[in-house]
Design a binder for this molecule. Sequence first.
Ligand SMILES: [Zn+2]
Length: 463
Amino acid sequence: MLIRWVRLLAITGMAVGAAAAALPGAIRAGEAPRAVPGAHPAAAEWQAASASPTVYGLRRFPYPYRAMLAISSDADSQTLRKFNLVHRFINTTQITPLGRGLGLDYADSFFVYTANDQPHIVDEIGRVPLQREFSYFRGTGRVPYGAKAIHAYIRDGWIDTMHTYGDFSQVNQQTTRFRRHLAAQAVTALKANRDFVDVWTDHGNRSNVDNFGARGRGRFYAYQQGDLPGSPYYHTDLTIPYGIRFVWPDISSNAFSRPSVVFPLRLTDGRRVWGFWRYTNERYTPQGAVVWNWTPYGLDEQLSEAHLARLEADGGFAVVAQHLCGTPYSGVLPKDAVAALERLAQHERAGRLLVARTSRLLHYNVTRDHLRYDVTHAFGRTYIHIRAVDDPVFGSHAPTLDEVRGVTFYTQNPRRTVLELGDRPVDPAMVVHNPSDGIHPSIGIRWFPKDTADHAIDVPGVS
Ligand SMILES: [Zn+2]
């Protein structure tokens, strides 16, 4: 009780935001700590004598990393065989046909249905036709196809994104096989099986009328009717309550590095979600058309040394759009794509670039940019109280520990700095103390532990 009282008395007006603004490596806090009305002038002297460490604001990324990158891969042409091959190479550290596993945190996307009528083979092993690509249900029915594997991968962290309700691309883009009842059936099944993801990426050509998020951005996007009330394709009244929080609305970008990749997005039906940017191309044709580089053949260009170095110098976020299962070949990834992924892993091993699954990157981006905290001092210690995430889209709330993983503060002395959620100290096992990175030492909440386990499963009857 006494300690609590002294700490309240000892609150100082140290302007966290202002101090941070002067530092190139630090970013502004959401709010400066409260001043104590009528605090005795002697309080300042008392604090100086006690020498509790100064907090200089938030570090952009968990120590020692300077930037964060996610690979956001669309489920097009996926088969379970190719999925497992790619994930064993990227996620585990075992010997795989593509080389020693890289141990990176990478999560994929999935389709619920398959209704594509194009005549392609998506996997030369077994000559799998496009109509049997990896999806939750078979065709547009409700007989499970890849559901068991998708369920396991969502649970185990190898899938975190819904690539729309399905592959509805048609040769004739004036037609579609999507209907609202398919969304309703999907949401019911996903909820019943507790298969929850909160990231959505739009897919495919204009037959994919369940796409949403870019209506109003231009005439091209009139095909998107997923958020259009009254349309036979309207579904966001089901999809957003199911749990989708982040939406990539079929918009291209040649910006590899961004200070933030999220933006508030208002849907046609008035609902609000976070939109996010993905890097999709480097170039445009002379006519201004996008030259997509989001296949394995473009990976070398996407993950070039110049891009990665620039991202780290900027202290930015990158979400790289891909279709890692996009080739039909037995090895799936060409040699230069494998080399590009190895280059990416090298940047992480060097402590420069944190590779994270898309959902984790997006959540971290929102938390970091809207974190509210204040700082108090007592008996030579400094207390950082994380109060809230003032999320401008989904509302202000007190965060859970998982939500603030990676949050890192510059401090004069980590050992005499205490991290608290509200007024309760964070479990010391979850707190990391870091030496100076050239700017200041820091204290942070531990990032997610590495998971390099082989989660691959085979399902009889699924290609
Ligand atoms: Zn797609």
